[in-house]
Design a protein around this ligand. Structure first.
Ligand SMILES: Cc1cc2nc3c(=O)[nH]c(=O)nc-3n(C[C@H](O)[C@H](O)[C@H](O)COP(=O)(O)OP(=O)(O)OC[C@H]3O[C@@H](n4cnc5c(N)ncnc54)[C@H](O)[C@@H]3O)c2cc1C
Length: 401
C-alpha cells in the first residue's frame, strides 16, 4: 500500500493514505456512469438568472430523485450515508463531468452541516429532507449595509413577543446571493438589546414569505440578477425557527462560515476540472511559446489545483481521525479563491483578445464569465484580508495591532 507520510501543522504528524479501496473505486464508477448518462449535453443558462435558476432546480431535483443530491447524508434524509472520502470522489466526478453548478449550495453545504451540529431532531427531520429535495431554497443573511467584514457590528434585531411566543425581526440584510429566487433565509439577529459585538446574537431560519419580509432583487456587474436586499419590518418568527440557543448565534454562525471557507463549499474537484479544461484549451489552441510567462502561469495554476487536492486529502484524513480543521479553513479559503483567479487569468492569456468576447462560436465564453466570478472569490465568504488577520492571530499567534 502506498502511503504518504507527511506533514503538517507544526508538531502534528498526519498519515495520508492515497490509495482508494475497491469499494471506493466502485462508488466512483457508479457516480461516473450516472453522470455520463444524465449531465445535460449543453451548459445550462447561469443559475444567477431567474430562468437559469429554474433550469438548475430541475437538475437538482433529478439529482435528488436518484439520490445524488446529498450523498454524504443519511438515507432517511435522501442521502447515501457516504463517507467523507466518497463525498470527495463524488465531487471530483461531478466537476469532471461538467455538471451544473449547485444552486442549492447555501442550504446543503452551509446550513445543513450547521443543522446537523446544532439543530434539534425535529429541525433535522423537517428541514434536511426538504433541503435535499430542493423544496426549500436557502440564502445566507449575514451582511448588512454597515456590517460586512465587521459582521459583529450588525444591527438587525429580534425583539421578544412573549404574547405570540416568538420574535419580531427588524432590519436589513444585503448581498444575499440568489435571495430573489430563494424561499428561506438563515441569518443573525441581535436578541439582547444591551449586548455588544458577538454577544447577544441569535441564529434564525426565516421563511421569506413571512409577513413583514420584503425581498428586493438587484443585478450584478456581469448583468445577472442574482443578488437581493432583504428587509424585515417586525416580521414574526416562532421559537422553533431558532438554530442553537438564544444568544449563542455567533458560535453557530462560525460553524456555518467554517463550512463556507473550508471543505464543503469548494471541494478540490472543481478546481482540478478547471485546470484540466485549461490544459485542453492550450492543447486545442496552441500556445505562443515566445511568451514564457503564460506557460509558467498555466503550469503553476495546474500544480496549485493538485496541491489543493492533496491538502484537502490531508484535511479529511485529520477529520476522519476526529481533528477539526478549525482556523485552517481560513488558509483554505485564501488558497482556493486565489487559485480560481489564477486558473482563469491563465486561460484568458491563452485566448488573447478573444478572451474578452462574451461569446465564442455562438456560445457563452465560460472563461470570461468564470474570470469575472473568480474576482469575487477573495471577497465573499469573508475577505482574504480578514482571513489573513485570522491566520496571523489565531494560527500564528501574532499579536493584534
Ligand atoms: C459574489 C458575492 C456573494 C456574496 N454573497 C453573500 C451572501 O449570500 N450573504 C451575505 O450575507 N453576504 C454575501 N456577500 C457579502 C460579503 O460577505 C461581503 O462583501 C464581505 O464580507 C465584505 O464586506 P463588505 O463588502 O461590507 O466590505 P468591507 O467590510 O467594507 O471591506 C472593504 C475592504 O476593507 C477590507 N477590510 C475591512 N476590515 C478590515 C480589517 N480589519 N483588516 C484588513 N482589511 C479590512 C476588506 O478586506 C475589503 O477589502 C457576498 C459578496 C460577494 C462579492
Amino acid at each position: 500500500m502506498r502511503r504518504l507520510h507527511a506533514y503538517l501543522t507544526g508538531r502534528q504528524n498526519l498519515r495520508v493514505d492515497l490509495t482508494w479501496t475497491p469499494e471506493q473505486d466502485a462508488f466512483r464508477d457508479e457516480c461516473r456512469t450516472w453522470l455520463q448518462r444524465n449531465v445535460p449535453s449543453e451548459p445550462l443558462p447561469s443559475g444567477d438568472t431567474r430562468e437559469g435558476f429554474a433550469r438548475h432546480l430541475d437538475w437538482e431535483r433529478q439529482l435528488f430523485a436518484d439520490r445524488w443530491a446529498v450523498v454524504s447524508w443519511p438515507e432517511a434524509y435522501g442521502g447515501r450515508d457516504a463517507s467523507l472520502w466518497e463525498w470527495l470522489i463524488f465531487e471530483e466526478e461531478y466537476y469532471r463531468a461538467g455538471a451544473p453548478q449547485r444552486v442549492t449550495q447555501n442550504g446543503i453545504f452551509l446550513l445543513a452541516p450547521t443543522i446537523f451540529e446544532f439543530g434539534t431532531r425535529t429541525q433535522q427531520d423537517y428541514y434536511l429532507p426538504r433541503m435535499a429535495a430542493a423544496e426549500d431554497l436557502w440564502c445566507q443573511g449575514w451582511s448588512e449595509p454597515n456590517a460586512g467584514s465587521d459582521l459583529a457590528s450588525l444591527t438587525s434585531k429580534a425583539v421578544r413577543d412573549e404574547a405570540a411566543g416568538g420574535w419580531r425581526l427588524s432590519g436589513q440584510k444585503t448581498w444575499t446571493t440568489r435571495g430573489a429566487f430563494c424561499t428561506h433565509l438563515f441569518g443573525l439577529f441581535r436578541t439582547d438589546p444591551d449586548s455588544v459585538r458577538h454577544h447577544g446574537l441569535t441564529y434564525f431560519m426565516v421563511p421569506l414569505e413571512t409577513e413583514g419580509v420584503t425581498v428586493r432583487g438587484f443585478g450584478r456587474l456581469d448583468g445577472d440578477e442574482g443578488f437581493a436586499e432583504v428587509f424585515f419590518d417586525e416580521a414574526f418568527v416562532s421559537d422553533d425557527l431558532i438554530l442553537g440557543a438564544v444568544g449563542s448565534g455567533w458560535s453557530v454562525a462560525m460553524a456555518t462560515t467554517s463550512s463556507e471557507r473550508g471543505l464543503t463549499l469548494r471541494s478540490p474537484g472543481r478546481f482540478q476540472a478547471t485546470a484540466a479544461r485549461l490544459v485542453r484549451l492550450v492543447r486545442d489552441r496552441g500556445l505562443d511559446t515566445a511568451d514564457p510567462s503564460t506557460r509558467e502561469a498555466i503550469v503553476r495554476a495546474w500544480m496549485a489545483a493538485e496541491a489543493y487536492s492533496l491538502y484537502t486529502l490531508a484535511d479529511v484524513s485529520g477529520m476522519v481521525e476526529g481533528r477539526s480543521p478549525g482556523f485552517r479553513s481560513s488558509l483554505n479559503k485564501i488558497f482556493w479563491s486565489e487559485l480560481d483567479v489564477d486558473l482563469h487569468t491563465a486561460a484568458l492569456a491563452v485566448l488573447g483578445g478573444e478572451g474578452e468576447l462574451e461569446t465564442i462560436g455562438g456560445t457563452e465564453n465560460p472563461w470570461l464569465k468564470g474570470y469575472q466570478f473568480s474576482l469575487s472569490g477573495p471577497i465573499y465568504a469573508g475577505t482574504n484580508e480578514i482571513q489573513r488577520n485570522i491566520i496571523a492571530e489565531r494560527v500564528l499567534g501574532l499579536p493584534r495591532k
